[in-house]
Design a protein around this ligand. Structure first.
Ligand SMILES: Cc1cc2nc3c(=O)[nH]c(=O)nc-3n(C[C@H](O)[C@H](O)[C@H](O)COP(=O)(O)OP(=O)(O)OC[C@H]3O[C@@H](n4cnc5c(N)ncnc54)[C@H](O)[C@@H]3O)c2cc1C
Length: 273
């Protein structure tokens, strides 16, 4: 199938893009890499009146290290992230996770902002943002605001965006006392995860975010506390019982819980600086 007709707009500035969103009153959608939105339109799962192409918005581009934070423009592609020396040095978790996101063709075009705005529960980036304690800078008709990743993901394909665009992502740079872990289980390499987890350990505190298991990327506070208290792995895994695991054609909730436990054990085993 082909996408239904739509207006195509290519604003030259962030302000112009926000004005267009207002003008279309919720009937326009931003277009980033198009790797999810175009298939959704072709399958008629989305039918916006207009696409607002973000390609020319310089405000959404670039990677800067700002003292203890790295700021990544929303239009940064996965390939740009992989090739960036500052990202490699300051966010080691990205190097562990990026090879698992789809395939080269998709990584060349798909953007970090598009992934976060989409909020696919099986995507890697939302979980990374939770584990890394990232902040998401957004801008809309009422101005700019900063949202913590913990407050950003509200449900399946649902975020706290309110007619706004993601402008940039702010991630604390890695500290010497931190260790990072990542593992995901898929049917084939590059597929969306059946279950996965991203972990950041800072001294004896943990942030562990699961993906592919529930309606959104999910931290399990009691599980993190159990890791902090150095409980045995059986007690740690018991806290997964509090997650509302997804049942779907690929795996039922019992299988997903088992896979989440396997992913956690492997990620903990492979923790690296
Ligand atoms: C075969 C295939 C396999 C894939 N496998 C994986 C995978 O394993 N893991 C994974 O995470 N992803 C996977 N993806 C999805 C891919 O990562 C997408 O690129 C990503 O989810 C969306 O990024 P995008 O830049 O293409 O966004 P688009 O498709 O352009 O947009 C996605 C959504 O975000 C909105 N949006 C985009 N940018 C902004 C912004 N700055 N502000 C506000 N809203 C915005 C759009 O309006 C749209 O609703 C796969 C895709 C395909 C086709």
């Amino acid at each position: 199938m082909k996408a239904p007709d739509f207006d195509y707009l290519r604003p030259a500035s962030l302000a112009a893009a926000v004005a267009m969103l207002v003008e279309y009153d919720g009937e326009a959608m931003p277009l980033a890499g198009g790797q999810s939105l175009m298939p959704m339109m072709n399958f008629r799962m989305a039918a916006p009146e207009a696409l607002i192409d973000l390609v020319n918005l310089s405000e959404l581009r670039g990677i800067w290290v700002e003292s203890d934070t790295i700021r990544i423009g929303a239009m940064t592609s996965y390939a740009d992230l992989k090739g960036d020396a500052a990202v490699q040095k300051h966010i080691p978790l990205f190097s562990l996770a990026l090879p698992h996101i789809a395939h080269d063709a998709i990584r060349n075009r798909g953007t970090i902002g598009g992934s976060l705005a989409l909020a696919d529960p099986a995507a890697e980036m939302p979980a990374l943002m939770l584990a890394l304690n990232a902040n998401i800078e957004v801008e809309g008709p009422d101005g700019a605001r900063m949202l913590s990743a913990d407050d950003f993901f509200l449900g399946m394909f649902e975020t706290a965006l309110d007619g706004e665009l993601i402008k940039a992502i702010h991630i604390p740079v890695a500290k010497s006392e931190q260790r990072f872990g990542f593992h995901e289980l898929t049917q084939r390499h590059g597929d969306y995860a059946l279950a996965g987890v991203a972990i950041v350990q800072t001294s004896n505190t943990y942030r562990a975010a699961f993906f592919g298991v529930a309606d959104r990327a999910t931290r399990v506070p009691k599980l993190e506390a159990a890791l902090e208290q150095n409980e045995d792995i059986t007690s740690v895994l018991a806290h997964l019982n509090s997650v509302d695991f997804t049942d779907d054609i690929k795996a039922n909730h019992t299988t997903r819980q088992r896979l989440a436990g396997v992913a956690l054990k492997r990620a903990l085993k492979g923790m690296t600086t």
